[in-house]
Write a protein that binds this ligand. Structure first.
Ligand SMILES: NC(=O)c1ccc[n+]([C@@H]2O[C@H](COP(=O)([O-])OP(=O)(O)OC[C@H]3O[C@@H](n4cnc5c(N)ncnc54)[C@H](O)[C@@H]3O)[C@@H](O)[C@H]2O)c1
Length: 451
């Protein structure tokens, strides 16, 4: 089938290269010249495991082409819109990129009218896809087809999709999209456009809720001297409705990774999507206290985590403090709404001298924080040699030996992701969801917590 994808970012490029790898011919349209130049020579403009190989084979076989020329979409049976939907004012969704891409697509497709599907891959609020239908003639069906991939595992998430969700009114368009995705062998969920759109928000809101629920229990656990949230949630996980027994073995579903305390959720989707949904409902005069509480807990988490260091070390002003992990999670270079960077901001506000290391994040991606005083270093060793206390903000594999390195330098660790084994953590180091051993450290002694 002939496919076009407008917008070759995380979602568009994975969708395009992925569809090319299962037998379709894909034209990717990208308006950013730097991104386009990189994609055209087989180099994705962001870090995503497996994507360079997928892109390179698509380009080599002629199954995938990248262009700035929007006119090329007239060749396609299915045109995807995968452009950004960033936060606008007060967290509301900025739909200007989607509207502009759809408007220009409608103009272009009108030059050669025939039956086609225009599928909105971007995350958009319920009602958006139906509103866009007015731009197109009635030969073009407009569908909602949200993407559920996670950065860091995006290629596998696409090629082994849990489900393909399609909302479209025309039966022929539904069948065309079912045929397009058939080689993936994923369950095909057909619905109205608004249902498909809301399913994406419900999915992200559930993940955000589990994370804030876990962090609320981390906060409660920290008020007892002998409670560790890892043990509390570990006991919850073993409920067989969460960890079923299959042939006598306990199955640990991936969802349990979200029922875990940490530095809070971040990234380009969860915070933005939750805020967009809340803002749209508020605009409609509706309150949704559960979703608002999920966001409130998350907004305060970085400050709470940094507060643990402060309670142990005392006043942080002038103290050298490290942060390991500036991307919003391990396995990506994406720093959008990163909990590690939120922690950097909290530390800078408290006057700390802040050093950080992340193996994937580029210098230019964190320029605004560097301008505020953040110093990047080249590795875990160098970081530990400079700081008195250090927050582990992501689980990057490069941080595997951090406990040994911290021991060498006498650095106090704060495990903000609950990655360290109990013997590495011991009673010496700090962890989210565990009480600070020696209470408020307001004497400013500057010494790490003794073993
Ligand atoms: N990143 C994720 O993990 C993820 C997962 C699921 C859904 N989503 C959703 O998918 C959408 C895209 O997200 P992303 O992370 O891929 O964004 P992105 O910013 O990485 O990519 C968007 C791309 O579209 C290009 N673009 C914008 N307008 C264009 C136009 N008119 N013509 C051609 N190119 C244009 C931009 O230059 C950019 O390269 C968003 O709505 C997001 O919420 C993202």
């Amino acid at each position: 089938m002939k496919v076009a994808v407008i917008g070759c970012g995380y979602v568009g490029l994975v969708t395009g290269a992925g569809l090319a790898s299962i037998g379709h011919h894909v034209v990717g349209v990208e308006s950013d010249p730097q991104r386009l130049a990189a994609i055209s020579v087989g180099t994705p403009p962001f870090h995503e495991p497996g994507l360079p190989a997928l892109l390179e084979s698509g380009l080599r076989d002629g199954a995938f082409e990248a262009t700035a020329d929007l006119d090329r979409i007239v060749e396609a049976d299915v045109v995807f819109v995968a452009v950004q939907t960033p936060p606008g004012e007060n967290g509301s969704i900025d739909l200007s990129f989607v509207r502009e891409a759809a408007r220009r697509a409608a103009e272009t497709l009108a030059t050669q009218p025939r039956r086609r599907v225009l599928a909105i891959r971007s995350t958009v609020l319920p009602g958006t896809t139906d509103a866009l239908r007015t731009l197109f003639d009635d030969r073009t069906a407009v569908a909602a087809n949200p993407e559920f991939l996670q950065e860091g595992t995006a290629v596998q998430d696409f090629l082994r999709s849990d489900r393909i969700v399609v909302g479209v009114h025309e039966a022929w368009a539904r069948e065309l999209l079912a045929e397009l995705y058939a080689p993936l062998g994923a369950p095909f969920v057909a619905s109205t456009p608004a249902t498909a759109e809301l399913a994406k928000y419900a999915s992200n809101a559930l993940l955000a809720t589990l994370i804030s629920f876990s962090n609320e229990f981390a906060s409660i656990s920290e008020s007892f001297p002998d409670v560790d949230v890892e043990e509390v949630l570990g006991a919850v996980h073993l409920d067989r409705r969460l960890s079923p027994r299959v042939d006598g073995a306990v199955v640990r579903p991936g969802i349990l990774a979200f029922l875990k305390a940490g530095c809070g959720y971040g990234g380009s989707c969860l915070p933005k999507d939750l805020s967009a949904l809340i803002a749209s409902r508020q605009a409609a005069g509706e309150e949704h206290p559960l979703l608002e509480a999920v966001r409130t807990v998350n907004d305060s988490q970085a400050g709470r985590v940094v507060g643990l260091l402060e309670r142990s070390l005392g006043n942080l002003a002038g103290r050298p403090i490290g942060v390991l992990g500036l991307a919003f999670k391990a396995g990506t270079d994406d720093v959008r709404t990163s909990p590690g960077l939120r922690a950097v901001e909290e530390l800078l506000t408290r006057g700390a001298e802040v050093f950080a290391y992340d193996p994937l994040v580029r210098l230019e991606a964190v320029l605004p924080w560097r301008e505020q005083g953040l110093t990047l270093v080249d590795g875990v060793q160098e970081l530990m040699s400079k700081v008195q206390g250090c927050l582990i903000a992501t689980g990057d594999p490069a941080f595997a030996a951090v406990a040994d390195v911290a021991a060498l330098h006498g650095t106090l660790l704060l495990d903000g992701r609950r990655l360290l084994a109990a013997d590495e953590l011991g009673s010496r180091h700090l962890a989210v969801g565990r009480a600070v051993p020696h209470g408020p450290g307001d004497d400013d002694a500057g010494t790490p917590v003794p073993s």
